[in-house]
Design a protein around this ligand. Structure first.
Ligand code: C2E
Ligand code: MG
Ligand code: MG
Ligand code: MG
Length: 284
């Protein structure tokens, strides 16, 4: 096939592949000591309860302040970090950063629930849960203020030992959420026995519910399934008010997305939540 493109295009094609490869190798190299160099930061995206109108939680999302490229989004480095295993150290940093940030908020009298993403590679470290507990204990952050997000595939592939640790964390107050639901494969028998509070519908399920009947039928069925096993439903990447209204009508409990707010740096997030709270009080 490449031959039929002719010599010139063939070179172009190879050049592009070579450039992409180079970019990946460079990213991998830059990622190796990005934690030590303090190049990561977290931004926070609020969720809105369609039932109470309150903010039940906000998700901490990773950003990379790259020395030459500027701010980089997860899609440009998380897959590489996952493949190389670097995500385990980066994920450790995320847990420590969430713990210390929440600790300093609490010392200022600010109590917010925060969720964060946990990679399957982090779960491969046998002491992950002990270290996590220790970090939050040191900062005197109660586990009832944290929520852990595992992807559907990570949850399905987790060993019994890991499931046991997740269940214990949940008994001690943490909220457990399955992320990106609908993009992996779910073993429904496994889902039934998972220690679980919430399930997040992936954006690919949400994207065209306004325009596509079949999309709506699928989302409705999935919402029934999730609520049927006693979990809350969170919809992510909700971008429009009609989408949020449809989701509410279908029994979705919580939405997260641009319709409500983008992810914000810490100071902006704290201002935003303080304003939202004042707004609610003046309406009430
Ligand atoms: P996710 O956990 O499913 O996070 C939701 C993503 O959707 C975020 O992208 C968020 O900014 C984006 N989003 C939120 N609202 C909207 C919306 O209305 N429309 C659209 N189009 N997008 C919206 P982000 O921050 O780029 O993160 C992408 C993914 O990277 C995350 O997906 C998660 O899988 C991964 N990730 C982010 N932070 C971490 C982390 O600390 N650890 C690990 N392991 N993965 C992370
Ligand atoms: Mg997530
Ligand atoms: Mg998600
Ligand atoms: Mg997603």
């Amino acid at each position: 096939r490449a031959k039929s493109l002719g010599g010139g295009q063939h070179h172009l094609f190879n050049d592009q592949l070579a450039a992409e490869h180079h970019q990946k190798v460079q990213t991998e190299k830059d990622l190796t000591d990005a934690v030590q160099r303090g190049e990561f930061l977290l931004v926070y995206q609020p969720q809105l309860s369609l039932v109470t109108g309150e903010m039940p939680c906000a998700e901490a999302l990773l950003r990379w302040n790259h020395p030459t490229d500027g701010l980089r989004m997860p899609h440009s480095f998380i897959p590489i970090a996952e493949r190389t295993g670097l995500i385990a150290d980066i994920g450790d940093w995320v847990v420590a950063e969430v713990a210390s940030t929440m600790g300093s908020w609490l010392r200022e009298g600010i109590s917010r629930r925060i969720s964060f993403n946990v990679s399957p590679r982090q779960l491969e470290r046998f002491d992950f849960f002990d270290r996590l507990r220790q970090l939050f204990a040191e900062q005197q952050v109660p586990l009832s203020l944290i929520e852990l997000e595992f992807t559907e595939s990570a949850a399905m592939e987790a060993s019994d030992a890991v499931i046991g640790e997740i269940a214990a964390l949940r008994r001690d107050g943490a909220t457990i959420c399955i992320d990106d639901f609908g993009t992996g494969y779910s073993n429904l028998a496994r889902l039934r026995s998972m220690p679980l509070d919430r399930v997040k519908l992936d954006q690919t399920l949400i994207a065209d519910i306004e325009t596509c009947d079949r999309a709506r039928v699928i989302v409705q069925a999935v919402i029934h399934l999730i609520r049927g096993v006693g979990s809350q439903v969170v919809a992510e990447s909700v971008e429009t008010i009609p989408q949020a209204e449809l989701l509410r009508a279908m029994g979705c409990d919580i939405v997260q997305g641009y319709v409500f707010s983008k992810a914000m740096v810490e100071d902006e997030f704290l201002d935003w939540t303080a304003n939202a709270e004042r707004g609610r009080r003046s309406v009430a």
